[in-house]
Design a protein around this ligand. Structure first.
Ligand code: FDA
Length: 391
């Protein structure tokens, strides 16, 4: 039986940040994880360069049943605080579009930084420990296949359900339920969308095409890369909208977000009367996409013969192509999990469960999901740090 002050379950982004913060306050911390590698999602994140935060972090970039919940943690430990830490560790980074910050080199630098911070706090990290039991009497008791741990404080930092093959489990959600905490409905987020039937048949033929587009659903709109895949649509624009999409809803794709397609086509009708519509669209879009759109959705007259109705039909497709996904690619490749432990159950300042003193929940296990672009790691850093100050 190993006695300590704080047990953190999960050596991911939030768990390591929490452990480092608590350890540096002089608290005795043990981190337990069932896989043999700490921070495995950090290592594969951002295409191997880890999009570790975003200059534009703000509460409205997060989805949660309570949109105000993130405010306290994001204020207590902001993107600036994390960037300061990255600078202190002399990790070179750069900004990409929409305020996204990435390492110049490998994502490993971010993991090494967290492990160094844990070492400063003398955190005891136990990897490859399969959890076999969790209970609470006067203290929390965690049983694993390699021994048991007891402590007056426990932090659930086992993340969400995304990418089970990397070690994701529903552990935090199940444990929370067992402690009597409510869990909101979960679903895959930041995930490619699938299509079926005739739509998929012709989308599949476009597989590999990528272009910038604006995708909208209700009031939400995201302008980023759109990628055609053999199962449907992907790319950052689709991942962003997937967080808001619900089964049965249509999404709208603006393939020419800078242009009024009616005006562009009317101008080409006057200046290029002999050109076929397909030729004109090939000048505005990747040729394979233009051909696919015309073959599946439009007639192909010369511009001179393009009727007013046909011009309007083509323009509507270019500026507001409406599609109804049949589903998402699921947890197997989703970057995050939407939903999670109900924020009503937790203090927004300390992430401590109101009903279970000493129990804290951090990171993706909480019903907080960010946009694509470094927002999810920032939530992990902020929530982890706040819990680390309180445990
Ligand atoms: P995280 O998943 O990081 O850690 C949970 C830990 O708990 C893991 O180490 C796991 O092994 C452990 N665990 C799980 N079940 C357990 C059990 N039963 N017993 C013991 N241990 C258990 N975000 C971002 O902001 N920028 C980016 O660039 C990316 N890129 C990205 C790429 C890909 C491919 C994915 C899948 C995700 C991203 N993300 C991202 C999202 C980001 O990785 C995610 O939001 C954070 O890692 C969440 O941090 P947590 O610490 O909450 O969970």
């Amino acid at each position: 039986m190993f006695e300590t002050e704080i047990i953190v379950i999960g050596a991911g982004a939030a768990g390591l940040m929490c452990a480092a913060a608590a350890g540096q306050r002089g608290r005795r911390v043990v981190v337990v994880d069932h896989v043999g590698q700490a921070g495995s999602k950090i290592l594969i994140s951002g295409g191997g360069r880890c999009n570790f935060t975003n200059l534009g972090v703000a509460p409205d970039r997060y989805l949660s049943a309570n949109p105000h919940f993130v405010k306290s943690a994001l204020k207590q430990f902001s993107q600036t605080d994390f960037i300061d830490m990255v600078r202190r560790h002399r990790i070179a980074f750069h900004e990409r579009r929409w305020g996204k910050l990435f390492c110049d080199g490998s994502a490993r630098a971010i993991l090494d930084m967290l492990l160094d911070e844990c070492a400063v706090g003398r955190v005891d990290i136990r990897l490859g420990h399969r959890v076999t039991g969790l209970s609470k009497s006067d203290r929390f008791r965690l049983d694993t296949d390699r021994g048991s741990f007891v402590a007056p404080r426990l932090v659930l930092a086992t993340g969400g359900l995304s990418i089970p093959k990397m070690g994701a489990t529903g552990f935090a959600l199940d444990a929370a339920r067992r402690f009597g905490l409510a869990v909101t409905e979960t679903r895959p987020g930041l995930v490619p969308l699938r299509f079926g039937g005739d739509e998929l048949a012709w989308l599949r033929a476009l597989s590999g095409i990528s272009l910038e587009a604006e995708i909208s659903l209700g009031k939400r709109r995201f302008r980023e890369a759109l990628l055609f895949t053999h199962r449907g649509l992907s790319g950052p624009a689709i991942l962003q909208i997937s967080n808001y999409w619900r089964s049965g809803q249509a999404i709208s794709v603006n393939l020419l977000p800078d242009d009024d397609a009616i005006a562009v086509l009317a101008e080409r009708k006057a200046s290029r009367p002999k050109a076929e519509l397909k030729t004109i669209l090939s000048e505005l879009l990747p040729a394979r996409l233009a051909h696919g759109l015309v073959d599946s959705h439009l007639p192909n007259p010369t511009m001179a013969n393009l009727s007013k109705g046909q011009l309007a039909q083509a323009a509507a497709l270019l500026n507001g192509w409406t599609l109804v996904p049949t589903g998402s690619e699921g947890y197997g490749i989703a970057e995050v999990t939407l939903g999670g432990i109900d924020t009503d159950e937790l203090s927004s300042k300390t992430l401590e469960a109101k009903k279970v003193p000493g129990l804290h929940v951090v990171g993706e296990a909480v019903d907080v999901t960010g946009w694509l672009g470094g927002y999810n790691f920032q939530w992990a850093w902020s929530s982890g740090w706040c819990a680390g100050q309180a445990v």
